[in-house]
Each structure stands twice: as C-alpha cells, then as structure tokens.
Write a protein that binds this ligand. Structure first.
Ligand SMILES: *[C@@H]1O[C@H](CO)[C@@H](O)[C@H](O)[C@H]1NC(C)=O
Ligand SMILES: *[C@@H]1O[C@H](CO)[C@@H](O)[C@H](O)[C@H]1NC(C)=O
Length: 768
C-alpha cells in the first residue's frame, strides 16, 4: 500500500515532539534552593552567595525565617519556604550497602530502576580491608549523587549502623561491622569518608551527608516481647567507654561525619534523644560534631507514648531540643515546638541553633548553590548507576568477605573440569532477595548461587526445604539421589529476613527448622565432597557440621549482595582465594539458652553466672572464634621487631615514683607520643596467590577488669605463592595499649602486656 508522504512528515514531527515532551516529563530534576535562573532576585540574598562562608550564609537565612518556617525545618519532611526560593526537602535517605529504598526520599523509577547492591555490611566487614570499605562508600555516594541529579534521592543518607554486634541473636547485627570496637571504628571512618569526601578535597563541603547510628548502646530489637521502644539498656561506665561509644567517637572525630542519630532505647533510665549529657555533652561538647543530631524515626513519639517520659508532647519536644536534637525524624517538632516555646519550656534561640545545624549541612552539600548541574558531580546521572565496574566491585566485595570455615584436604577448590555434575541443594541455593539483607535497594540484577555455580559446571538443583524456615522437607529422596549421583554437592542453607531482621531478634542460634536434618541426610548420601554454605547475618551453631567428616568444607557468605552467587562460584572453583575472617564470635546454642539478651554487661559476672560477650570477655566454648577464617594457602608469621620493655616518662613529683602504681591515667600523663613499631614477616607458603589479614592483639595486665584480649590493629596484604612481606604496625602506648577503668577513665596498666599475632606471642613490659 502506498503511503501518503504528508502523513509520514506529520507522523515524524509528532514523534519528535512526543519524545521531547517525554524527555522533559521523565527527566526529573533535582531539588535545590537559590535557583537564580528562575528568580534572579534571589541573587540579593547573602545565603545564596556561595562565595561567603557557611556560617554567614546560615545566619543570614535563619534571621529571615518566621518561627513556623523554622519549626517546619526541624523534621525530616522539611517545609518549603517559597518566598525565599527554598523547596521542601526530604532528609531521610539510606545507603547502608548501596542506595536503599528504605528512606522515603529515595525512589527507583524507569529512569534508575536499580542501584548496585553491595554485600550486607557484616560480610564486607569480614574482608578486614579498609580500602574496600572506603571504595564502596565512594561508589555508593556516586550512585546517590547521580540519583539526586534526576530527582530520585536526597543528599543526606542515614548510614552506617555502627552499633556493636554484642549478642548473636540481634536481628540487625547483619547491618553492623561486627563485635569489635576497633574494626567497627575503622569501618565507620572509612565508609563515612567514602560517602562524604569530595574529589576536589574541599573538606568543608560534602559529596553526600552520612550519619552514624544508633547512638547509643542500641542492640535489642525485639527479644521475647522486649522491644527497642521500651528497653532500658543498663550500661556500666566501663562498657560504655570501651565498647559502645568508641565507634561513634571515631566516626565523629576521625570520619568527620555530618550527623549522628540517637536511638529508641533508654540508656540507664533516660531516652537517648532526651539525654543532654549524651548529645550536647559528648557529641557536640567533647567530640565537636560538625553537623546535625537526628532522632530515630518517631523517637519523640516513642518517648511520649511508649516510654511515658513526659506527660505532654510539648515537654518531649523541649527535652529533645534542649538535649541537642536538631532534626526529628517524624512530626513532633513541627507540631509541638511552638507550644513548647509558648509554655516557656524551650527558648527560641535553641530552635535557631538546631535549624542552623540543619541548614549548615544542606549548605555544605551545595543545596543553596543554585543549579547542581553547574557544580561538581552535576554531570552524574543514570549512566553512572549500576555500571559494569560498580557491579564488579559488588562481586569483589563478596569474594573478599566470604569466610572459609572448614576445608578437609582436597575438598576445595573444586576443579571445574573434574566436575561433570554438581548438586546444588537447599532453600538458599537459588536465593535472590535474601542475598541483599535489610536496608537494601533494588539491585541492578542478581546472580544467585545456582546461577553462579552453573556458569562453571553442569548442575542439578533441589531446594530441599519448602521455604527457609524448613519445617517441611520436600523431595528428600530427590536431594539424596542428586547428591549420590553428583561429583560434588553444594548445600546453600542459613537464614533470611524471616529469621533475623529489624524488630526481630532470634531466640535460637541453630539453623532454622529441619535444616540440620536435610544437611546430614544429603551429606550421608553424597559420593564426593560436600560444601556447606551458610548464608546469614548472625553466627550459627553448626557444631554438628563441623564434626561431620562427610561435610568436607564450610563457607559463610553473610548476605553477599547482588553478585553473591558469582562470588561464591569464584571461591568454590578456585578463581579467588578466600581471605575473609569472622567479625563476630559464633557461640553454641547453649549460650542463647543461658544468657538474657537484655543483659548489656560485656564483662562476665561470677555472681550471676553471666559468661560475658565477644572474644574480648567471653571465655566459654565457641563454634568459631572472632577472626577465624582459612585460606587455600597457609601463611606463616615471624616476629621481626618489637620492644620487650618500654618506660613511660613521669614528672619528678608523680605519685607513681614514690609508691607502687598499677596503672597511670592517660589524661594526666604525657605518654601521648610514646610510639613503637611491631614488625612481622608474613609468608604465603601455599601454591595460590592470596590475601591475608594480620591481626595485632594484646592482652593487658589483669587490673580494672580488662579484656582478656583486644584488637589493636589489623592489616591486609596480598601475597603471591612463596612471597613474603614485612607488615609494620605503629603502636601508640596511650592509644592502643590503654584500657578503661571502672569509672570510665582511660588508663595504661603497668606490667606485662602480651602481644599476639596469629600463634606468635610476645611480652612487653611497661614501666615508669
Ligand atoms: C533461579 O532464580 C532465578 C531468578 O529468580 C529464576 O529466573 C530461575 O528460574 C530460578 N531457577 C530455578 C531452577 O528455579
Ligand atoms: C582491598 O580492597 C581493594 C579494593 O577492592 C583491593 O584492590 C585490594 O587488593 C584489597 N587488598 C587486599 C590486600 O586484598
């Protein structure tokens, strides 16, 4: 049929118009203030002048605002101030391990359908690689900025979670870097720097704003009916100073984080968001936070309705503001600050300070600098999200974190050419969403364990359990047949968010339902090696599998992120040498039966029978200890250099000169610059190249109820087969060797400190 050329021309014009119109409609634009192109009169406002310093600009802005406009900017859904060209801003975005869909200010759309989903933090922490922590932060903030530029995200991200993973049952332990204050502090600093630091090195400006949460001593979500909204954490001064506070302190002082979020729980009787000692005193006073203090979401409502902390919402609003809360996730401060001022409970100057801290943060983010497309990061867009390089980093992170817990000689790695058929069995064998854990976004794509393994060998798949809870075993005979016929078996078991999650702590720390039975049955039927893969956030009592000789290898893969299956296959088939180490103790089930999760005491107590928590204090049996992890290549350590004694200089009139002292006070003594080197030669004595983490622990003299062992520092190095390298640690006596006494003061104990590196032990005597 002949086509009328006129119709074609009209159709052409229409389609061009349509696509232009669609481009405009689909290309959402970012929110920003001081849009001078749209309203040239805004140029006259000092707060829009980016050549002035931030403080001058903030002061100029705040003095122009009415009280209502101020209180509208004390909440996460902040109000616009249209007469000043300020749009409404959503403060709540999240980026725990990738841009997340949890915060209401972030959306995924056809423009950006997904973002790179890195492993859940507990697995990344297992890599013990600070470079990796920071690199992930950089990639996440690049994707976040790209999404901001098309109107899909804010600039303030309420991540990371730096609470100590005190108890294995905690449902949110997966979000944290584990049980150790040193590792958690280093993770916090590196990740926050990765998120916040700009490529132009301008320290006063931010790429995106991070937030260390949940301040403080927050690690009970919902255990046997005791929930976080009602829980009163009873914490000793000593545990506070040497366990719960250090990650927050490092995050503020060394990470220069833009925000700290106070938690839901009470600490020693007071809600943290109403505790002026904790907020004004410590965060702003001692640590000098450069940024804003946010409440957890609806914390103020929790203070009123669950904790009955005060009688009226005005009193709660005043308490929070007077304590140092600047931003309320929720609505309380919008509605009740005015009333609190009228009632004389809080001064307007306190509101001015709070709103200034919030606006100052937005100013450092460039929100008041006009059109972001003309600024650094203005050219980022959807093309910069889910790039092949970013997705490769997600796979690399999972590879670096995965921990090899058991490996009978010759079991792993599998030789792909020798595997004609691989049985892949278990409820997590073809996991998708389970791999990304909580506070996740929409991933770019998934590579499930089954897909990852199938790329290297022919597989047969049997889920084994009806679902993760595994109360029903399906087609057991089929799973056993597959195991009997295959050259090797990979069982992918473990946990998911129906077992451990926000608002869901565990009761038991064994594998769910009949998983143990399925594993043992399949193992007994198997002809070749049996590789048990545990996908979980918290540790599991898998003693039965550790002891079963038919189970030849065990891997822990955390929640390994979108590329988890590919990373698992890299390790199983020997393309990558495992180097992850457990960032938390794996306890036996008896621990969960004996210890009340609500007992916050880190230290054991003989009078109550409390065994204490974490490798620093717990002396009982473990399934696997903190720091445990094997490699395909053994590594050996030799001590090259470490002093056997050190003298701490003290003043002529120091009391410790005339009488016997057990310890000296860090604040009062000048041991600040007393630094020594510990040098260790490490050799890879295996056949494969691999990375190896060197842990430097110390056991201080036994005074002040000190930890039996504490991690001073760690370094990860890459070694080729037969290669060796010298790793050097700078140990600062006051910083690294100090302990905290019963009153929360830092002390350096005199006497014998034992340094441990792997199996090496070295004695160091500290004296006056
Ligand atoms: C495994 O999961 C993927 C992604 O959800 C799905 O496409 C595939 O069909 C599943 N494979 C089997 C064998 O169930
Ligand atoms: C640490 O991580 C970075 C980034 O992925 C990687 O390039 C480096 O090789 C890792 N270091 C070691 C020792 O494995």
């Amino acid at each position: 049929m002949a086509t009328n050329p006129l119709v074609l021309v009209i159709a052409f014009i229409l389609s061009v118009r349509l696509s232009q119109w669609m481009n405009v409609a689909a290309h959402n634009s970012p929110l920003f203030a001081c849009d001078i192109d749209k309203d040239p009169s805004l140029k006259n406002f000092a707060f829009c002048d980016d050549s002035l310093d931030v403080k001058t600009r903030v002061d100029d802005l705040v003095k122009r605002l009415t009280l209502e406009e101020k209180t509208g900017n004390l909440v996460n859904k902040a109000s616009s101030v249209e007469r000043l060209g300020i749009p409404a801003y959503g403060w709540w975005s999240e980026a725990l391990h990738g841009v997340s869909k949890t915060g209401p200010a972030t959306y995924f759309s056809s423009l950006v359908p997904g973002a790179t989903s890195f492993p859940q933090v507990i697995l990344t922490a297992a890599s013990f690689n600070e470079t990796l922590f920071k690199t992930i932060g950089q990639v996440v903030s690049t994707e976040a900025r790209a999404m901001y530029n098309v109107g899909l995200a804010g600039l303030t991200f309420w991540s990371p979670n730096v609470n100590i993973f005190r108890d294995p049952r905690w449902g949110r332990g997966q979000e944290t870097p584990g049980e150790d204050p040193t590792l958690t502090s280093k993770y916090a600093v590196a990740y926050v720097q990765g998120l916040q630091e700009r490529d132009d090195g301008d320290k006063n400006r931010l790429k995106v704003g991070a937030c260390c949460k949940h301040y403080t001593a927050y690690d009970v979500d919902n255990w046997k009916g005791i929930d976080r909204y009602h829980f009163n954490a009873l914490v000793t001064k000593q545990d506070m100073e040497d366990t719960f506070q250090p990650p927050f302190k490092s995050c503020v002082l060394d990470g220069n984080v833009a925000s700290v979020m106070c938690s839901y729980n009470k600490v020693n009787g007071k809600p943290t968001c109403g505790d002026s000692d904790l907020l004004k005193g410590v965060i702003r006073g001692q640590w000098k936070l450069n940024g804003y203090v946010s409440s957890d979401c609806d914390s103020l409502d929790v203070m009123l309705k669950s904790q009955h902390w005060e009688k009226t919402p005005e009193e709660v609003a005043a308490d929070a503001l007077n304590a140092g809360v600047d931003l309320n996730c929720g609505d309380s401060l919008r509605f009740h600050t005015g009333g609190a001022i009228k009632a004389g409970l809080v001064k307007e100057s306190v509101v001015d300070e709070a709103v200034s801290n919030n606006f100052e943060t937005l100013m450092r983010l460039g929100f008041f600098d006009g059109n972001p497309s003309k600024q650094l990061y203005g050219n980022l867009g959807p093309k910069d999200v889910c790039t092949p390089a970013n997705q490769e980093l997600a796979r690399e992170a999972a590879r670096q974190g995965i921990v090899l817990l058991k490996n009978t000689a010759g079991s792993l790695p599998l030789v792909p050419t020798a595997i004609k058929c691989l049985a892949v069995i278990g409820p997590n064998a073809n996991a998708t969403e389970t791999m990304i854990g909580n506070y996740a976004g929409v991933p770019c794509q998934y590579t499930t364990p089954l897909q990852g393994l199938s790329a290297s060998a022919k597989t047969i798949y049997e889920p084994g359990c009806l679902n993760l809870k595994c109360n029903n075993i399906v087609r057991l005979h089929k799973a056993k047949e597959a195991a009997a016929a295959a050259d090797a078996v990979v069982l992918v078991m473990g946990s998911d968010l129906s077992i451990e999650a926000e608002s869901l702590d565990r009761i038991d720390i064994t594998l769910p339902g009949r998983q143990n039975f399925l594993i043992s049955e399949v193992a007994s039927a198997a002809r070749g090696p049996v590789i048990l893969v545990i996908m979980s956030g918290g540790g599991m009592d898998i003693q039965f599998a550790k002891e079963n000789p038919k189970i030849t290898s065990i891997l822990w893969v955390g929640y390994p992120g979108e590329a988890g299956g590919a990373a698992l296959a890299d390790i199983v088939f020997g393309r990558f040498n495992p180097s992850g180490r457990l960032p938390m103790t794996w306890y036996p089930q008896s621990f969960a039966e004996k210890v009340a999760m609500t007992n916050m005491n880190m230290r054991p107590d003989v009078t109550t029978g409390h065994p204490g928590y974490t490798y620093r204090f717990y002396k009982g049996e473990t399934v696997y200890p903190f720091g445990y992890g094997l490699s395909y290549s053994p590594h050996v350590h030799h001590l090259v250099k470490a002093p056997t004694f050190m003298s701490i200089p003290v003043d002529e009139d120091d009391i410790c000169r005339s009488s016997e002292c057990k310890s000296i006070d860090v604040v009062e003594h000048a041991c600040r610059n007393l630094i020594f080197d510990v040098k260790i030669r490490v050799m890879n004595v295996g056949k494969m190249e691999g990375s190896h983490t060197v842990f430097l622990f110390s056991s201080p003299p036994k005074i002040h109820n000190t930890p039996q062992k504490q991690l001073l520092d760690f370094q990860k190095i890459l070694l080729a087969s037969r290669q060796h390298k010298v790793v050097s640690f700078k140990v600062d006596v006051c910083n690294h060797l100090s302990v905290v006494d019963e009153d929360g003061n830092k002390k350096v104990a005199l006497g014998e400190h034992v340094l441990h590196v792997g199996d090496l032990q070295h004695s160091l005597n500290l004296r006056i």
